[in-house]
Ligand binder design. Structure first.
Ligand code: ATP
Ligand code: MN
Length: 465
């Protein structure tokens, strides 16, 4: 017997090798036809498109074809042929159909009709089988690969920073405690507080909000590193742009000042957009058709223009003169809200914007202090539709200034001894930033809610699956 092998639908549609005998495996999307001929659209997730399977009904046992309802998993052996019908160039003429797993049409939730994104979140275990989430998962894959490729090609090393951290001082957001103590009766100290000496690590630990501090130790040794891993924030902000668990890309570079940092951020974002345009057009076109008319145009637009570079104080002046009211007040010293960021990007500059030199009091302790005594060398990159997509800075490399700032802010110096030592021994000017993977996915996919660009979103009151 001839050796047959399984082919993925993506390759079949690309290669169009008619007359070939093949095996296809996947899930039934639709079945139609009559008592002579049946058309079964099958999808295996390798591409958004289905393969049309044509079956001569009399050739098959009745119960086999009867069970081919939406969601059923099957294997089809057959011959590929040119398709006379509209909508596809090739189709598979079935010789043999094997049923792997039926899906009862009475109870299988993903029937043909379109479902709301809200409903699909409730069945996150099945939504990868929809065209939308197939496209999202493929985009996430290609984007992740492109991130590693970009940094590898530039000589950056991928550093694995810890997920469990013992320092609660990054200030990026509320943290999730990691503990093995009994919540009903934790050991107590003499003055009645929980005794974390008794805890697993012998101290308080949390899930990391960022790999940056540890990433800096790598940059001050290997020159250029990046981390790309999960980060956690217990912020109770129920917004379409915040998750409690999200992925972050964090490069850290020795000998980079704030301008080098901006060059890298712009180059990285443009590289990733170009990569996705070059490799994921089928999925982009699908998402554009379904969710966002302006998607591909917006991606092209970002590639075609230099990002605007200006300072926070200038942005405040612009916002004060804005011809529209804001919900949150505009005032030097206050952080920018997403409505302000989007005004700057979408109405005023009409381009991505890189803002630097924020007031030191709204930024983290490790940012390099400017000579004015008021601002720090922070960098935020603001994008259309999203607002802040990157947060970063040149880091304070001066031991005394850094220590002073830690004391001023009442941060626990004893937990930061190792961080301070990177400045005590062989310090160097250095910079870095954090790019939120899901924020960027929002931009790339045209989706509006961050819950719809990650397989299993974690948000307040939601950790199902
Ligand atoms: P925001 O003001 O939007 O909450 P942030 O200032 O807390 O952001 P940073 O601490 O600078 O953000 O984190 C770096 C990047 O990580 C952000 O620019 C954003 O892309 C992403 N990010 C931050 N918080 C979240 C979150 N809760 N969910 C998803 N992405 C996030
Ligand atoms: Mn935040």
């Amino acid at each position: 017997m001839k050796e047959l092998y399984r082919k993925k639908i993506r390759d079949i549609l690309e290669q169009k090798e008619t007359e070939k005998e093949i095996i296809v495996k996947g899930w039934v999307r639709t079945k139609r036809g009559n008592n002579k001929i049946a058309f079964i659209a099958i999808n295996d997730g390798s591409i958004v498109h289905n393969l049309q399977v044509v079956a001569d009904v009399p050739k098959f046992k009745e119960e086999i074809l009867e069970k081919m309802s939406t969601g059923t998993c099957i294997e089809v052996r057959g011959k590929l042929a040119e398709s006379p019908g509209k909508g596809q160039e090739v189709e598979l003429h079935a010789d043999e159909i094997t049923l792997y797993g039926p899906a009862d049409p009475e109870t299988y939730p993903l029937q043909k009709k379109g479902h709301s994104l809200e409903f699909l979140r409730e069945i996150a275990h099945l939504r990868p089988r929809t065209n939308t989430f197939g496209a999202i998962l493929r985009l996430r894959h290609h984007l992740s690969y492109a991130i590693h490729k970009y940094f590898n090609d530039k000589g950056f090393y991928y550093m694995h920073t810890p997920i469990i951290t013992g320092s609660d001082c990054e200030g990026a957001g509320e943290m999730f405690r990691v503990t093995t103590l009994d919540p009903k009766s934790p050991p107590l100290t003499k003055d009645g507080k929980v005794d974390f000496n008794e805890d697993f690590f012998g101290k308080e630990t949390n899930l990391t909000v960022s790999g940056q501090l540890e990433g800096e130790t790598g940059a001050l040794a290997l020159s250029t590193i990046y981390t790309f891993g999960p980060t956690f924030r217990a912020e109770n902000s129920n917004t379409p742009r915040h998750l409690a668990e999200f992925w972050m890309i964090e490069p850290e570079m020795a000998f980079y000042d704030i301008h080098d940092n901006m060059d890298l951020a712009e180059d990285l974002l443009k590289y990733l957009i170009r990569y996705i345009l070059d490799h994921c057009m089928t999925d982009l076109e699908f998402l554009q058709k379904m969710y966002d008319d302006g998607l591909i145009e917006r991606l092209d637009f970002v590639l075609a223009h230099d990002f605007v570079r200006t300072v926070y104080s200038e942005a405040i002046e612009i916002l004060k003169k804005a011809d529209q009211p804001f919900e949150f007040p505009v005032e030097w010293g206050k952080d920018l809200q997403s409505e302000h960021e989007r005004y700057l990007v979408e109405k005023h500059f009409r381009k991505p914007v890189m803002l630097t030199d924020y007031p030191k009091d709204i930024k983290a302790f490790y940012m390099k202090q400017n000579d004015d005594g008021l601002t720090v060398r922070a960098l935020d990159v603001l994008f259309p539709k999203i607002g802040e997509i990157i947060g970063g800075s040149q880091r304070e490399e001066n031991y005394e200034k850094l220590r002073q700032r830690i004391l001023e802010l009442n941060l626990p110096e004893k937990d930061l001894w190792w961080y301070l030592e990177t400045r005590k021994f062989g310090t160097a000017p250095h910079s870095g930033f954090g790019l939120g993977f899901e924020r960027f996915m929002l931009f790339i996919s045209g989706m509006n809610n961050i819950r719809d660009v990650i397989p299993f979103p974690r948000t307040p009151n939601n950790a199902e699956f």
